[in-house]
Ligand binder design. Structure first.
Ligand code: DGY
Length: 339
């Protein structure tokens, strides 16, 4: 019996490649940059499994040509790049990597908060550029983190992990949970029960978005990208924030209106922003946001620790193998395909 074909849209580590190869004939994109959509469309007809990343658009075209697909697995917790509805109507289970990247991503969000509050990158640049001639009482003054108020918008796993870090700094935490997120929370709890893992909720005050924005010194976005959250943070939201406040985004770039952010940073509506995700992504070096010294941008590094990325790849391969074997995916976005 020939092995089923699995299309893999990025080079796997030798360990993961060997593991997957015992179950499948692996057809892999051989470069370190994202696979092109054309390559995906060319190869998908033979594929029974697809291992993809958040840089691939798994749209109607891929699904139409991928007639033999029995499983799709993304090496990410976000799945906004996949047409889940279309997969579900085709009864294709979609795997993802929830839970294991929570702490790593919250570490990064908190690092951005600290770095922007205390102007760490500006300070490092100042030294590197040879400006450090003397100690000055007013050099690169920042904002205190200890005891400040943090607004967490989107209180899923990563938002909750952010709150735990904030408690260590005696911050007051205001959490915003949208009706949509309430629905997703209960779905999340079902999934957590399924994978035997529950999130512990630290003590926070739940408020509505305008209250969180008006009272917070830092606002950190942790909402998934959905039609409800696409561009939900715009001019009005920036104008509700304190002029002294800092925005942190580690969710998805398109939840926020980039033009509105630029103007808010330029005209002093807010003090600063620290972004791990942008719109567009990657952000071109010529983008006007990068002309703002009060805007710190890093290249989507939320889950980028060696251990976490390796666990994510492992989880994504497990999902593919389960799907090929006709078993329920251990980490499934659309478990309704099994009903
Ligand atoms: C995800 O997994 O969705 C993150 O954005 C990258 O790790």
């Amino acid at each position: 019996m020939p092995l089923p074909t699995v299309v893999v849209s990025r080079q796997l580590s030798p360990k993961m490649w060997n593991y997957l190869s015992t179950y499948a004939h692996v057809v892999s994109w051989e470069s370190d940059c994202p696979a092109t959509h054309e390559w995906l469309l060319d190869g998908i007809a033979e594929a029974e499994g697809l291992y993809c990343l958040l840089t691939d658009q798994i749209d109607q075209d891929v699904l139409r040509l991928g007639k033999r697909l029995r499983v799709i697995s993304t090496m990410s917790v976000g799945y906004d790049h996949i047409d889940i509805q279309a997969c579900t109507s085709r009864k294709i289970p979609v795997g993802y990597t929830p839970g294991i990247l929570t702490e790593t991503t919250a570490d990064l969000a908190f690092a951005l908060l600290m770095a922007s509050a205390r102007r760490v990158v500006e300070g490092a640049d100042y030294v590197r550029q040879g400006h450090w001639a003397e100690w000055k009482p007013d050099l690169l003054l920042g904002t205190d983190v200890f005891g400040a108020t943090l607004g967490i918008v989107g209180f899923g796993r990563i938002g909750q992990a952010m709150a735990k870090r904030a408690h260590g700094f005696r911050m007051k935490v205001l959490a915003v949970r949208s009706p949509r997120q309430n629905r997703e929370e209960s779905a999340l709890k079902d999934r957590e029960a399924m994978i035997g893992e529950t999130a512990e909720e630290p003590s926070v005050t739940f408020v509505d978005l305008p209250t969180a924005l008006a009272q917070s010194d830092f606002v950190s976005l942790h909402v998934p990208l959905t039609p409800d959250t696409n561009q939900f943070f715009g001019r009005d939201e920036f104008h509700l924030m304190k002029p002294s406040s800092i925005l942190i985004n580690t969710s998805r770039g398109t939840v926020m209106d980039s033009d509105a952010l630029f103007h808010a940073l330029q005209d002093g509506t807010i003090r600063g922003a620290a972004l791990d995700v942008t719109d567009p992504e990657p952000l071109p070096a010529s983008h006007r946001l990068l002309t703002r010294p009060n805007c710190l941008v890093i290249p989507h590094l939320g889950s980028a620790s060696t251990a976490t990325r390796s666990l994510m790849a492992d989880m994504a391969v497990q999902n593919v193998i389960a799907g090929l074997s006709g078993e329920r995916l251990p980490y499934c976005v659309n478990p309704e395909v099994y009903h």
